[in-house]
Design a protein around this ligand. Structure first.
Ligand code: ADP
Length: 496
């Protein structure tokens, strides 16, 4: 049988990667290239769209050369991308009119304040599922239209296009310059109606964005056009924003399945089924994926300080030299830890939302040593995850089925076991933790008929399933103490 591959293009915030995935869903090769981060002012973050494109095309080419892949062996290409980052370009010349404004960029905070004052808060939540924030694409487009010379007129004349990174790549990779995006990326723009699946006129008007700039929105598995390689047309057939791709890559297809990525911060998404659920706890409602004529929704929450707290143990406190030492330290303490660390270094996010909170260590006694602090810091990641999952369950009235994990810190067995214990839910750690890239590959492979959705769940070997061991009383007692610790951190800084 001839070889058959799916290519996954993973366009991330700091690097572009290309992965070769075989018909069994195994990764056979990967090439990665970092690109420049541009910081023109405090709080501003930009990327050069041309460099994003060239780095992505280079890693693709290098991968095919390195793995000696013939064009006819590639069935399809899937794309996953850093979300919200926005490009505006001239459709005649193909030139961007400004650098890409990255999701982390805060320059549009005042535009957001203005939107809030115009009374759009409720409309934004009920329509786009989001909270008004500079994070999302809409205000970034407005900033470019308002601040780059001559651009507003060109936009009004219909000469400019906007897109998230997936759109920018597809427009450049297809001969016909297809201007498309998928539901997941559209749902991060703050101008897309996730209930009725259409661009939202009210938000477009509020931000002064002409409709002619917008891409057509397609399901996440769809034909986005063909990439021609050595005279062979290869379909681009899957697109999803990175966190949604990870959810899909973790096969979270059922209501109540969730994934958590334990990186510097944590990104958590729970599939809530075919109806959008709106949060009372400040969580985001977003499209998980569009597939087979249906849309699945997710609730999303993030933790600002997760792996970053482990970095603090290493670089700030100098208690450890490597992150993985925390596991041994935690295991060196028998029984329950009476110490709690609340890493509210920059305030508290969901579900507490207190920017005046600051971190603290509680429960110190004469015998407290660094092992207790390390153990408590790991446990803080698990408690924060529980806080968000509890809010998700409360918002959606859907009970968590199990938690699927990835990201650097999921390698820590102590953390994963404690997570299962405190959630009272299984924690599934797959063999392949490249969930994001795999999600894009799965979407593309499903669209071209290589796989069925059910194959994906069945063919994901598990590295370990952590089963809960705490009884109800113990679980409640420990969690209550965490909540007490969090309460005491609130409002530490004075409000101005
Ligand atoms: P990012 O993509 O945000 O850079 P990664 O997924 O690479 O993050 O994960 C790195 C983070 O995970 C770091 O903050 C690091 O401190 C933490 N980490 C890595 N390995 C471990 C471990 N074995 N135990 C605890 N934390 C870890």
């Amino acid at each position: 049988m001839s070889r058959q591959f799916i290519i996954s293009l993973d366009q991330g915030t700091t690097s572009s990667r290309a992965l070769l995935v075989d018909h069994e869903g195994k990764i056979q090769g990967m090439v990665q290239r970092e690109f420049k981060q541009i910081f023109p002012k405090s709080g501003w973050v930009e990327h050069d769209p041309m460099e994003i494109l060239s780095s992505q095309m280079q890693v693709l080419q290098e991968l095919l050369d390195k793995e000696k892949v013939r064009p006819s062996e590639i069935l399809a290409i899937g794309i996953t991308n850093q979300r919200e980052t926005t490009v505006v370009w001239d459709k005649n010349s193909g030139e961007p009119v400004y650098n890409a404004i990255v999701w982390q960029d805060k320059r549009t905070a005042n535009i957001c304040e203005h939107l809030k004052k115009s009374g759009l808060k409720e409309h934004v939540q009920k329509t786009t599922g989001l909270v008004i924030d500079s994070y999302f694409s809409g205000t970034k487009v407005k900033w470019i239209l308002d601040n780059v010379e001559g651009v507003k007129k060109k936009a009004a004349d219909g000469d400019l296009l906007m897109g998230t990174i997936d759109s920018w790549l597809v427009w450049n990779m297809t001969k016909e310059h297809n201007h498309y995006t998928d539901y997941t990326n559209a749902s991060r723009t703050m101008i897309y109606d996730i209930v009725n699946l259409k661009w939202d006129d009210k938000m477009l008007k509020a931000l002064g964005i002409p409709k002619s700039m917008l891409p057509e929105v397609k399901p996440s598995a769809a034909h986005f056009g063909d990439y021609e390689y050595k005279n062979v047309k290869i379909p681009i057939s899957g697109i999803a924003g990175d966190q949604q791709a990870a959810l899909f890559g973790q096969a979270c297809f059922k209501k109540g399945t969730a994934k958590n990525t334990y990186g510097t911060g944590c990104f958590m998404l729970m599939n809530t089924g075919e109806e959008p659920q709106f949060s009372k706890n400040g969580l985001l409602t977003t499209i998980a994926y569009g597939l087979n004529g249906k849309v699945n929704y997710a609730l999303e929450g993030s933790i600002f300080i997760a792996g970053a707290a482990i970095q603090w143990l290493r670089d700030g406190m100098e208690l450890i030299t490597h992150a993985e030492e925390t596991e041994k330290l935690a295991n060196s303490i028998e029984g329950e830890n009476s110490v709690y660390v609340v890493p509210a270094f920059a305030g508290l996010g969901a579900p507490y939302w207190d920017m005046y909170a600051r971190g603290a260590i509680f429960g110190l006694t004469r015998d407290t040593g660094k092992a207790h602090i390390a153990k408590a810091t790991l446990e803080a990641l698990a408690y924060q995850t529980k806080d968000i999952l509890k809010a998700m369950e409360d918002d959606s009235r859907i009970q968590l089925k199990n938690l699927r994990v990835d990201g650097g810190a999921c390698a820590n067995d102590y953390l994963m076991q404690f997570q299962a214990d405190i959630l009272d839910s299984e924690v599934h750690r797959p063999e392949v933790i490249e969930s994001t890239a795999m999600g894009a590959a799965f979407l593309a492979g499903i669209q071209v008929g290589l796989w069925e959705q059910s194959d994906i769940d069945q063919n994901r070997p598990m590295n370990h399933i952590f089963k809960p061991t705490f009884d109800r009383v113990k679980r409640k007692r420990l969690y209550k103490k965490w909540q007490k610790a969090v309460e005491r951190c609130k409002g530490w800084e004075e409000e101005e």
